[in-house]
Design a protein around this ligand. Structure first.
Ligand SMILES: NC(=O)c1ccc[n+]([C@@H]2O[C@H](COP(=O)([O-])OP(=O)(O)OC[C@H]3O[C@@H](n4cnc5c(N)ncnc54)[C@H](O)[C@@H]3O)[C@@H](O)[C@H]2O)c1
Length: 359
C-alpha cells in the first residue's frame, strides 16, 4: 500500500495525497512558506500531534473537539490566533483534524488578510473523502448549518489513512455515510465495489480503506474540477444533505454525526425519488438499504430517532429546510436519483409527499 497523488484541476490546481504515510511530506509541503501555524482540536492533538514533524514547533491552536467550534465565536478565535501568531500574506495555515477543523480553518484562511494559504491534513474518514477536498468552507449560524462560508482552495491535502485507526466507531461509520453517497453518485461500478468491500471496510482493512478514500477523492476531484463554484453539476454532492442539514439543525449541532445524518438523508432522498416517480432503477432502493445496514448506518429517520433518542419532529425538520441555502426561500430543493451515477438536480418536492416522508 502506498501513497497516491490525485490532482484537482480547479483554477488553482492542487494535489491530494492519499494513503499510509501521506503526512510524512508535510515538512516538504510547508517548507516554502515563511511563517506557519497549525489549527487542530485537542483530541487530535493528543493522538496525532507527533505527526506534525517540524511543524510541531509552529504556533498552534487546539480547539475543543466537536461541531460547536464551527461558529462565529470559533471563527473569531482562529482569526485572532492567526494575527497573534504574526502570520503575513505569504504564511501558511495547516489544519490537522476532521471536517470541523478544515471548514473552520479554511474559512479563517480565506478571510485573514483577504486570504492566506491553507493545507489540510484531514484526520477523519469523513474529512478525507469529502470535507477537506474541494475548497468549500463554512461555519454554522443559529439559523442553519454552513450558512456562512467561502470558496478557498487548499494548496495541498494530505490524507494519511494511518490516522484513521484511532477513530471511534461512531465517527468511522459517519465517514462511511459520505462514502456511500459518493459511490451512489459515481455509478454502478463504484456501488458494486462498495457492496463487495462493505465487510472489510467496517473491519478497517488498511488496503481497502486506502482504495476507498482514493476512489472518493477521485470522484470528488472530477466533479469539483467541472464546477468549482457549484453553479451546476457540483450540486450533486449535496445528495441527502437537505435532509441531513435539517436533522443536524433540529437535533442540535454536534448531537448526530454529520455522516450518519447524511446516511439517513440518502435513504430519504431515494424514497422521495421513488414517490416522485423519478427513480428509474427499481432495485436501487433495496440495494442502498442493504448497504446502509452492512455499513452499520441508519436506514432512515426512524433509525436515527431510536439511536440518538431524539424526536426529530417532522414539522421541525420541514421548518429547518426553509433555511437551507440550496433552495429559494420556503421551497427546499433536493438532489434525487434516477439510478446509480444519475443524480437529478434542483428538484422541488411535493409538499404532502415531503411531510409524509419526514414523519
Ligand atoms: N466543506 C465540505 O465540503 C464539507 C463536506 C462534508 C462535511 N463537511 C463538514 O464536516 C464536518 C464534519 O466533519 P467530521 O465528521 O470530520 O467532524 P469533526 O471534525 O468534528 O471530527 C469528529 C470527531 O472525531 C475526532 N477525531 C478527528 N480525527 C480523529 C482521529 N484520527 N482519531 C480519533 N478521533 C479523531 C474529533 O476530535 C471529533 O471529536 C461537518 O461540520 C460538516 O458540515 C464539510
Amino acid at each position: 500500500v502506498s501513497v497516491c497523488a490525485i490532482r484537482v484541476e480547479v483554477a488553482s490546481p492542487y494535489v491530494v495525497d492519499v494513503g499510509p504515510g501521506a503526512l510524512d511530506s508535510l515538512d516538504e509541503v510547508a517548507g516554502p512558506f515563511s511563517t506557519r501555524a497549525v489549527l487542530t482540536d485537542t483530541r487530535v492533538e493528543a493522538l496525532h500531534g507527533a505527526r506534525l514533524g517540524a511543524l510541531a514547533a509552529a504556533p498552534r491552536l487546539a480547539l475543543e473537539p466537536g461541531e460547536s467550534a464551527k461558529d462565529l465565536r470559533g471563527l473569531g478565535r482562529v482569526l485572532d490566533f492567526l494575527a497573534g501568531a504574526g502570520l503575513d500574506r505569504s504564511s501558511l495555515l495547516v489544519t490537522l483534524g476532521g471536517g470541523v477543523i478544515s471548514d473552520l480553518g479554511g474559512l479563517a484562511a480565506s478571510l485573514y488578510l483577504r486570504g492566506i494559504a491553507v493545507v489540510h491534513a484531514p484526520t477523519t474518514l469523513l474529512a478525507q473523502v469529502d470535507a477537506a477536498v474541494g475548497g468549500k468552507t463554512a461555519i454554522n449560524l443559529r439559523a442553519g448549518k454552513n450558512l456562512a462560508g467561502a470558496f478557498h482552495a487548499p494548496r495541498a491535502v494530505l490524507a494519511d489513512t494511518r490516522v484513521l485507526a484511532t477513530l471511534d466507531d461512531l465517527e468511522f461509520r459517519s465517514g462511511l455515510g459520505e462514502v456511500l453517497k459518493t459511490a451512489l453518485l459515481d455509478g454502478e461500478d463504484a456501488l458494486a465495489r462498495l457492496e463487495r468491500a462493505a465487510a472489510g471496510l467496517l473491519a478497517r482493512d488498511a488496503e481497502l480503506l486506502g482504495e476507498v478514500v482514493a476512489a472518493c477523492v477521485t470522484l470528488k476531484a472530477r466533479v469539483v474540477a467541472g464546477d468549482e463554484r457549484e453553479r451546476g453539476a457540483r450540486r450533486a454532492l449535496n445528495l441527502g444533505h437537505t435532509f441531513a442539514h435539517a436533522v443536524e439543525h433540529v437535533a442540535g449541532y454536534g448531537r448526530i454525526p454529520h455522516g450518519l445524518a447524511v446516511a439517513a438523508g440518502l435513504a430519504c432522498a431515494l424514497e422521495l425519488s421513488r414517490r416522485a416517480g423519478r427513480l428509474r432503477d427499481p432495485h436501487l432502493g433495496a440495494r442502498v438499504a442493504r448497504l446502509l445496514e452492512a455499513l452499520g448506518l441508519p436506514r432512515g429517520l426512524d433509525d436515527l430517532r431510536a439511536a440518538f433518542a431524539t424526536g426529530l419532529p417532522a414539522a421541525d425538520l420541514r421548518a429547518a429546510m426553509d433555511a437551507d441555502k440550496k433552495g429559494r426561500a420556503g421551497r427546499p430543493r433536493f438532489v434525487l436519483v434516477a439510478a446509480a451515477g444519475e443524480p437529478l438536480l434542483d428538484v422541488e418536492a411535493d409538499e404532502t409527499t415531503l411531510r409524509e416522508l419526514l414523519a
